[in-house]
Design a protein around this ligand. Structure first.
Ligand SMILES: Cc1cc2nc3c(=O)[nH]c(=O)nc-3n(C[C@H](O)[C@H](O)[C@H](O)COP(=O)(O)OP(=O)(O)OC[C@H]3O[C@@H](n4cnc5c(N)ncnc54)[C@H](O)[C@@H]3O)c2cc1C
Length: 396
């Protein structure tokens, strides 16, 4: 038995003992307790540097753990943005003090993180953001609004991008900050989505003061910092897919078709084959990305392929579920309503982390080397752009 086999055996034994009987949607207290146990057992931050609280192991151990955790119910949802995006960004471009202060509590589930990028007028074109940060003595003062902030209500900290220089082109006057979500100037309002839950929130900043040592990366270098976060986001969303049990998976849908006597129906079989092919394509693509990561090759923009494949797979799974289950798909027939929730959440995956259209643009431009989209505003100072409320200010 190799060391990796032994690692996998121990991981499965741990998961069997700790992650089999947890509720699918655990409350925050249970989720935090689970994260602490996961960390103490050595399975949180497997590849993260040991000096900041990680395990300092390789991508091979990470992959083995993910395989072992495939069928486990791990209530890690509230920590996904911290683990998938904020932590990796801090490790890539944070200061030594930031890494020492924030990484370990993030890995242990003691502090929850959110990503404060999107605004009402800045989603796909996030560089058009209007939240301002102005230097005032010993602090940056932030005013503005963010929207669609996942886990904003539970979060202790957020990675915020704000405009720090409106006199230069839009990509050049942005800075990334660590913001304390408990600051009295931060107001969080939940937004109800069509799953019936409040997964995301709108967040208002009123004169929030942020110390200069909470800048992540360079002042006015926030675009590069945001791109770092977004690359991690796409890889973690796309590759995370293989880790979670999906209520509309090929296995679940084949079983549903079998139990309804639909397996001989040619149209149903056709749909199941399509679902299987998409699932395999995503699995194989992710397996290849993992092998490359192990060999030291970073996925970069190819994370967008995994993200797009996942978004399309979830929509396809939702269509197949509607076809096979009919009204039961939305009628909470399965007791917990997991299929119904998967159906109403599926369209969100075609938006969150970048829309399918934007993923295709990125794949065309940065993976396939096709000509870039024209960007007529690339050299215009932000102040002169007609975006959001500036259109009104300019009287247009
Ligand atoms: C479940 C979920 C979770 C989210 N979590 C977060 C979060 O935690 N933090 C955060 O900051 N944001 C979050 N978001 C916001 C998300 O990043 C944005 O919704 C997304 O970037 C799209 O922006 P938008 O909604 O403003 O749409 P728009 O950018 O207005 O796009 C509208 C439509 O136009 C298309 N379009 C726009 N530009 C182009 C183009 N150049 N070429 C082709 N088509 C184009 C889009 O693809 C889309 O179909 C989340 C969204 C969802 C659904």
């Amino acid at each position: 038995m190799t060391d990796l086999d032994e690692y996998g055996r121990r991981a499965r034994a741990w998961l069997d003992a700790h992650a089999r009987d947890l509720p699918r949607e655990a409350d925050l207290q249970t989720a935090r307790a689970f994260m602490a146990e996961l960390y103490d057992a050595g399975y949180s931050g497997i590849t993260w540097p040991a000096e900041y609280g990680g395990q300092g192991l390789s991508a091979a151990e990470e992959r083995v753990f993910q395989e072992a955790a495939r069928d486990a119910t791990m209530p890690v949802g509230p920590f996904g943005i911290g683990l998938g995006m904020c932590g990796p960004t801090l490790l890539s471009i944070g200061t030594e003090e930031q890494k020492r202060r924030y990484v370990r509590p993030l890995l242990r589930g003691e502090e929850i993180w959110c990503q404060l990028f999107s605004e009402p007028g800045a989603g796909s074109d996030v560089a058009s953001l209007q939240t301002r940060a102005v230097r005032d003595g010993d602090a940056w003062v932030v005013n503005g609004q963010k929207v669609w902030t996942s886990v904003g209500r539970q979060a202790d900290f957020g990675l915020l991008i704000a405009r720090t220089d409106p006199d230069v082109p839009k990509h050049r006057g942005i800075t990334m900050f660590i913001v304390d979500m408990h600051d009295p100037g931060v107001t969080v309002r939940p937004l109800r989505d069509m799953t019936g839950q409040s997964h995301f929130n709108e967040i208002f900043f009123d004169d929030v003061r942020i110390a200069p040592d909470q800048v992540v990366g360079e002042v006015n270098g926030g675009w590069a910092a945001a791109v770092t976060t977004l690359l991690h986001e796409r890889v973690s969303i796309g590759m995370g897919a293989t880790r979670t049990e999906r209520p509309t998976s090929f296995a679940a849908m084949s079983e549903a078709a079998r139990s309804r006597g639909l397996l001989e129906d040619a149209a149903v079989r056709d749909q199941l084959v399509d679902l299987y092919v998409r699932e395999r394509a995503l699995d194989l693509f992710n397996a290849r990305l993992s092998q490359e990561v192990r060999a030291g090759i970073q996925p970069g923009a190819r994370g967008s392929v995994a993200k797009l494949l996942l978004a399309e797979l979830l929509m396809n799974g939702a269509d197949v579920a509607s076809e096979i289950l009919g009204p039961d798909a939305v009628a909470y027939e399965d007791g917990e309503g997991v299929v119904a929730r998967a159906l109403s959440f599926a369209p969100g995956m075609a938006l969150g982390g970048g829309t399918n259209e934007i993923m295709r643009n990125i794949i065309g431009d940065r993976v396939l080397g096709l000509p870039r989209e024209p960007q007529v505003d690339r050299t215009v100072p932000f102040r002169d752009l007609k975006v959001g409320t500036q259109v009104k200010e300019a009287g247009a």
